[in-house]
Design a protein around this ligand. Structure first.
Ligand code: NDP
Length: 254
């Protein structure tokens, strides 16, 4: 009695309390065959989700695999249709597929600039566009974009094209969070610092890796599962009031 819409106590939850479970959820992870993506697939399945992997390289880590190049609009549309047929409507989309070609600005060609943006930024646009009708369907959709420290501060190993693409992912996250909030679709971005995956192994020597680790306040690179936990948290109801957020997972490296 006497409660108003401005009194949060009046809006007692009508659903079960928020949990960390992903039981009954369908998740798509792009680039889920390796690295951070593979760690997300494993953790989400442990939390009860049914997970589809969209990647160039086949993987048996998920409940289904669809070969899909995120730079190919038709392939992306076909992949989301196939996921719907196989696992049901998508509740969570993790836009993780990415490339990080190295090189200084003077060495950037039109082709390498465009190839980097095609995967890292336009790939996110394509996947969200394809998944959106499914994400809206059950009113509990969640998009988690994998950004990077490079899009917030600076790139440590990759080119300026990568930094520009990841900065675009952060801006896109905020815009989509605003546009989709009324439909119950949350959109967030996780920005890893330096994570021990093939992207790093390809681009840095052991000596450089030790120098990078020394510059990180936690004094080491992240393990992929340490990024996967934050990504999966954002897919759960435990994050039901989190949208438009950009979360750094970087060992204190600002
Ligand atoms: P990996 O290179 O280990 O894995 C990337 C995955 O994406 C691979 O399976 C790769 O497939 C796939 N992929 C690449 N291009 C495409 C494409 N066009 N279509 C579909 N799939 C594709 O990278 P990480 O796990 O390290 O990186 C994952 C994400 O995290 C990326 O967005 C990256 O930018 C971001 N990130 C990583 C950091 C790090 O330090 N590792 C730091 C900050 C951000 P294939 O193997 O066939 O090439």
């Amino acid at each position: 009695p006497g409660a108003t819409m401005f009194d949060e106590r009046s809006s007692a939850p009508t659903h079960p309390p928020a949990t960390w479970s992903l039981a009954g959820r369908t998740m798509v992870v792009t680039g889920g065959s390796r690295g951070i993506g593979e760690a997300v697939v494993r953790l989400a399945r442990e939390a009860g989700a049914r997970v589809a992997v969209l990647d160039l390289t086949p993987s048996s880590a998920g409940d289904c695999f669809v070969e899909c190049d995120v730079t190919d609009t038709e392939a992306v549309n076909a992949a989301f249709n196939e996921v719907r047929r196989t696992l049901g409507p998508v509740d969570s989309l993790v836009n993780n597929a990415g490339i990080a070609p190295p090189g200084r600005f003077e060495q950037l060609t039109d082709a390498s600039w465009e190839a980097t943006l095609a995967v890292d930024l336009t790939g996110v646009f394509r996947c969200v566009r394809s998944a959106l009708p499914q994400l809206r369907e059950r009113g509990r959709g969640s998009v988690i974009n994998v950004g990077s420290i490079a899009g917030r501060h600076r790139s440590f190993t990759a080119s300026a094209a990568y930094a520009a693409a990841k900065g675009g992912v952060i801006a896109l996250t905020r815009q989509l969070a605003h546009e989709f909030a009324a439909e119950g679709v949350r959109v967030n971005c996780v920005c890893p610092g330096l994570v021990a995956t093939d992207i790093i192994r390809r681009n840095v020597t052991e000596e450089q890796r030790a120098q990078l680790a020394a510059a990180i306040p936690l004094r080491r690179l992240a393990r992929p599962d340490e990024v996967a936990t934050t990504i999966c948290f954002l897919a759960t109801d435990a994050a039901s009031y989190v949208t438009g957020a950009v979360l750094d997972v970087n060992g204190g490296l600002y």
